[in-house]
Design a protein around this ligand. Sequence first.
Ligand code: DHB
Ligand code: FE
Length: 292
Amino acid sequence: MARTAARSTARITASVYTSHVPAIGAAIDLGKTAEPYWQPLFRGYEFSRQWLREHRPDVILLVYNDHANAFSLDLIPTFAIGTAAGYAIADEGWGPRPVPAVAGHPELAAHIAQSVIQDDFDLTIVNKLDVDHGLTVPLSLMCGQPAAWPCPVIPFAVNVVQYPVPSGRRCYQLGRAIRRAVERYDEPLRVQIWGTGGMSHQLQGPRAGLINRAFDNAFLDQLVADPAALAAKPHIEYVREAGSEGIELVMWLIARGAMADADGGAPPRVLHRFYHVPASNTAVGHLILEDA
Ligand code: DHB
Ligand code: FE
């Protein structure tokens, strides 16, 4: 059958990468995006919002980390997939953000869980989950302030808060397993995968405020050009170079592993790349990669 024939299965169309700083959400919610501090940051996402409007997916698989809001120290899943029909916005201490609730996609999520677990990755199944800034700030950056989010979202939570955290290598391999799962789903859905968190930042201790532009830009270069090599970077190097919260960057390797070239296909096209310092205590990085 010709490759141009209509597909009958789902596919990954693009991956999006972005930091998730909570102050960005507050700036949007409080109408401060045009202020001199914030304007250069939001300008870096103008292309992205237009692109998303023109390339609206059917589902977003959003890889993020919870910040002890849904999961406490009582229970710490390394990888957790949301299989619910919908998700409430978490109250992180000052009330839930005034953003739409998140609609889920239980059928695709359950299929991914089945496929990825049978592919030897242990996922925790989450049927009730309040989503925090790790998930809502990327949505706000990419969508602005809509009355409803543009499509259903499957939350995919990764523990990067309490040690031990998963390795970059495992995250990359997990992304490859997610791609295989999506491609086995019998409905022609266009699925985007988003990797969020990072870039360099440290929120506590003597090194609080750490930013490492050289590390961040080298990470972006290598994420595009040689993600398999980047996946070999040990977690301690993220901590040393990008700060204690810079370890959030391993989540980007899940999204990158779901692109075609990780499965022997053609490399993705870089549609957009942006880097800005600072937003609150954090370096902000952003990429959009589209599969051929
Ligand atoms: C900040 C960054 C984060 O990733 C986070 O989860 C909380 C706060 C910050 O820069 O303020
Ligand atoms: Fe964070």
